[in-house]
Design a protein around this ligand. Structure first.
Ligand SMILES: Cc1ncc(COP(=O)(O)O)c(C=O)c1O
Length: 422
C-alpha cells in the first residue's frame, strides 16, 4: 500500500539502499540501467549473493545427516523458516518452501481438491495472475464449479458486489490476489477473508505482487493460506507458503512415502534449494536492517520489518505520484487502474499503460535499448487483459517501481518515453 504524503515514516536512505544492490550499477549502451521490471523479479542485495555462495562453499549437503555440513544445512533451513515467520507474522512450522509460487499453489490445490466433490464451488477473480487461477480451474475435472469475480472496468478494482453475490454456502474456497501484478490494485483481503469465513470457505491469498511493497500480517488478515515468491522481494528464486497449522495438518498433500508426515516438511517435495533458502534469510535481514536504520529503536525483527515497509511505502508513494503526473501529460496515453492520487493507498506503484499508435512491445524495446527495463504483454494476468480486451493488441506496457528507484530515474524515464512517442 502506498502511504499518504503527510504520514511521517523515517526517510529512506536511498544511497545506502542502492549501495546494497550491485546490479544497479549496470549500463546499457553507456546509459545507466533503470530497473522498472520489479513486478517480474527484483534485484538482490550483495548479502543475498554472499549467502547463496557461502552456503555452497561451507554447508553444501543434504539434510538430517550426522555430520557438520548437514547439521549446518538443517540450521540454515530453520533460520529461514524463522525469518519468514517474522515476515508473515506466523509460526516457523507454518512456513513451507518450494521452487516458486506456482508449484506451491498446484500442491495446495491438489490437496484441497481431494476433498471436494461435484456441487462444491471455488471463487476466483478476473484480476489474478494465472498462477492463482489455473491450479484451481484444474479442479473442474472433479465436478467443482468455478465462479469468477468481475472487476470494475473504470478503476480495475474488484467488484465487491459481484463477489458478495457469488459467495454462498457452496463456496469452499476463495482464491484472491493481495495486489494485482498488472494494474497495482490492492484488494480488501481482510474483508474478503471475513466474507469467505462467514460462509465456511477457505481463503488462499496470492501475495506475490504485494510483498515488495507492503507488510504482510497473516494473523491480522485471518487468511488460511498465503503465498509469495522471494525473487519478487529482493531474494532468490523461491516460493514460500504460509498455511495455518490446523490446515497444514488437516489437508493431505500428495507426497512420497519416505517423506515425514510432520508439517511443514510434508508439503515440501524432494530436496529443497538449500542455497536459495540461505539467501532468503539474508533477504529478510536486508529488509530488517533497512528498518533498523530508519527506526533504530526497533527491538524485534518483526518490528524492524514493519519500520522498513513504512519507509519503503513513503518513498514509493512520492516516486509514484511523480510518475503518474508525468504519464498523464503524455498525449494518447491511457492509464489502467486507480489514478486518483487520494486513493493511492489502495494500490501498489505498478502501472499499466497503453499509448495510441505505439504497441507495448515496441515501447518496451525502445525503452530497453535506452537502459529502461519495463515489461510488455499480459505478465500472466491473462484474465484481466482478456476482460479489458487488450490481449489481442499486445497487452500493456508495465512500469513497476521498487524502493531502489530514484526520483532522478523517474524523471529521466518520463523524458525518454516522451521523446519516443513524440
Ligand atoms: C501476482 C503473481 N502471482 C503469482 C506469480 C507466479 O509466481 P512464481 O513465478 O513464483 O510461480 C507471479 C509471477 O509473476 C505474480 O506476479
Amino acid at each position: 500500500m502506498l502511504t499518504t504524503q503527510n504520514e511521517t515514516a523515517a526517510q529512506l536512505d536511498i544511497s545506502w539502499v542502492r549501495s546494497q544492490f550491485p546490479a544497479l550499477t549496470q549500463t546499457v549502451h553507456g546509459n545507466p540501467a533503470v530497473f522498472l521490471d520489479g513486478p517480474g523479479g527484483t534485484q538482490v542485495p550483495q548479502r543475498v549473493i554472499d549467502a547463496v555462495s557461502d552456503y555452497l562453499k561451507q554447508s553444501n549437503a543434504n539434510t538430517h545427516g550426522a555430520f557438520a555440513t548437514s547439521q549446518r544445512t538443517d540450521a540454515i533451513l530453520d533460520e529461514a523458516r524463522s525469518a519468514m515467520a517474522d515476515f508473515f507474522n506466523c509460526l516457523p512450522n507454518e512456513v513451507a518452501f518450494s521452487p516458486n509460487m506456482t508449484t506451491l499453489t498446484y500442491a495446495v490445490s491438489r490437496a484441497i481438491g481431494r476433498e471436494l466433490a461435484a456441487g462444491d464451488e471455488i471463487l476466483l477473480t478476473r484480476l489474478d495472475h494465472d498462477a492463482n487461477v489455473s491450479p484451481w480451474l484444474a479442479l473442474e475435472e472433479r465436478g467443482v464449479k468455478i465462479q469468477f469475480v468481475d472487476i470494475r472496468e473504470d478503476d480495475c478494482t474488484l467488484n465487491m458486489d459481484d463477489l458478495i453475490s457469488k459467495i454462498t454456502d457452496h463456496t469452499k474456497l476463495v482464491a484472491v490476489g493481495y495486489a494485482s501484478n498488472a494494474v497495482g490494485t490492492i484488494n480488501p483481503i481482510k474483508e474478503i477473508v471475513h466474507l469467505a469465513h462467514r460462509h465456511g470457505a477457505l481463503t488462499y491469498v496470492d501475495a506475490v505482487h504485494y510483498a515488495p511493497h507492503g507488510p504482510i500480517d497473516v494473523a491480522s488478515l485471518g487468511c488460511d493460506f498465503l503465498v509469495c515468491s522471494t525473487y519478487k522481494f529482493f531474494g532468490p528464486h523461491m516460493g514460500v507458503l504460509y498455511g495455518g497449522d490446523e490446515f497444514l495438518e488437516r489437508f493431505r498433500p500428495y507426497k512420497l512415502r519416505a517423506n515425514t508426515d510432520s508439517i511443514p516438511n510434508c508439503w515440501e517435495w524432494g530436496t529443497l534449494n538449500h542455497e536459495c533458502i540461505a539467501g532468503i534469510t539474508a533477504c529478510v535481514e536486508y529488509l530488517a536492517d533497512l528498518g533498523r536504520k530508519a527506526v533504530p529503536a526497533t527491538s524485534t525483527r518483526r518490528e524492524a520489518l514493519l519500520a522498513a515497509y513504512s519507509t519503503i511505502q513513503q518513498h514509493e508513494r512520492a516516486l509514484f505520484e511523480q510518475l503518474v503526473i508525468g504519464l498523464r501529460a503524455i498525449p494518447g496515453l491511457k492509464l489502467y487502474g486507480i489514478d486518483d492520487v487520494k486513493r493511492f493507498d489502495q494500490r501498489c506503484p505498478t502501472v499499466a499503460v497503453r499509448i495510441a499508435g505505439h504497441p507495448p512491445r515496441e515501447l518496451s524495446e525502445k525503452l530497453g535499448q535506452r537502459g529502461f527495463f519495463t515489461w510488455d504483454g499480459n505478465y500472466y494476468a491473462i484474465g484481466l487483459t482478456e476482460r479489458l480486451d487488450v490481449e489481442k493488441d499486445g497487452g500493456f506496457l508495465r512500469i513497476g517501481l521498487a524502493h531502489y528507484n530514484t526520483a532522478e530515474e523517474v524523471s529521466r524515464f518520463l523524458g525518454v518515453l516522451r521523446a519516443i512517442v513524440a
